[in-house]
Design a protein around this ligand. Sequence first.
Ligand code: SDX
Length: 434
Amino acid sequence: MDSKMKPAGSMTVTYDGKSSEFPVFEGADGPRVVDIRSFYKETGAFTFDPGFTSTASCESQITFIDGDEGVLLYRGIPIDDLADNSDFLEVAYLLIHGELPKANELERFDHAITNHTMVHEQLKNFYSGFRRDAHPMAIMVGVVGALSAFYHDSTDINDPKQRTIAIHRMIAKMPTIAAMAYKYSIGQPFVFPSNNLDYTSNFMRMCFAVPAEDYEVNPTLCDALDKIFILHMDHEQNASTSTVRLAGSSGANPFACIAAGIASLWGPAHGGANEAALNMLAEIGSVDRIPEFVTRAKDKNDPFRLMGFGHRVYKNYDPRAKVMQKACHEVLDAIGIKNDPLLEVAMELEKIALEDEYFVQKKLYPNIDFYSGITLKALGFPTEMFTVLFALARTVGWIAQWSEMIEDPGQKIGRPRQIYTGATKREYVPCGDR
Ligand code: SDX
């Protein structure tokens, strides 16, 4: 990836009688950046930004978010246009290659992915090492991390051909591995992928088919899940994507980097929020208990937060939440669920929170995780599988961002510094004298 940053003047930092000037660059859209790569050399001080609230960690051309306007673009195309008109593999191609595929390009990509959907037969042995009640995200971290032990022929990150095979393998095998984690948790036999089904239908069949009877794909439900996957595919430099980039910056193989991303996504502040949001709605239980929980969410002494609300970047509605809400109603209508109590609580909670001064002042809006839990539950997935589905979709963004980083000529190993406030140098004291 060649840099497309454009010079936009400079910024002067003056301290202790010395002034240092740093170049400013602008991108295609969004905030400008001040290049502080020489800051320590020039000033002798580090910058300090735990949580990276004001730090751009890289240049990227994949996803753009405008948090104030609630805008999300994949390679410049609005997320709702893609959710309404595209499908999983076409959007995966867009994120990886930068353009929507022509018919022959999509056919080749589809063929490449479809022919990598099976996993090595011995990979199955990893599952039997877990308890049946193991959280499927624990299984995902373990099994995906083990892939590099099976696919040595695609771990040389300096070989573009091997990188391409690794990208295809990751995208192709995640549904198979995720479905196997689900089947293992319910004690049912694994279902092999079926190459004559599209990506999401194949995943649904691997999850819900049983050997004892034929499985009929439900196009409405598969379309809804496909849309949900598109919404979750990438999101700029979020915690798990930054984890993948940092792991990859050391030259670690792509399978290990994706396993690191899965581990980071698991956290309830990040991808684990969809599972936590549904559990929260179930805990609230009824509309009349909402005020009690809204009060708790505002109480600084109470660690409780409204799961599915708030976002580091979006200080407006998460554009994905609107598409998610629409998909939620489509799925419930398709299944014939008229009065889902959790949806009733969710809609009332959303209404109350959006009118509450605390949430308005702190610009806390529903995020993608607020409605996804209800929808995934209606599709038949247990709560523990929600973040696995998020990881399945986000694998496309992770691998696209990893690939962009590897191809960046300016790429270096990520190695942040710190401000040290611990003990200064002191003598060792023998145990008897302590
Ligand atoms: C995802 O980064 C991404 O792009 C992530 C993601 C992706 O696609 O990769 O979009 C996916 O992770 C969505 C977010 C899912 N997480 C949740 O829904 C968990 C609940 N939300 C919060 O934990 C929180 O909003 C975060 C973690 C999402 C964002 O936290 P920030 O940006 O660090 O903001 P903050 O914690 O400093 O909160 C700012 C203020 C605080 O109050 P003050 O200290 O200023 O008084 O808002 C409050 C917080 O207490 N606040 C909440 C709240 N979220 C923030 N109060 C109540 N309920 C909440 N949900």
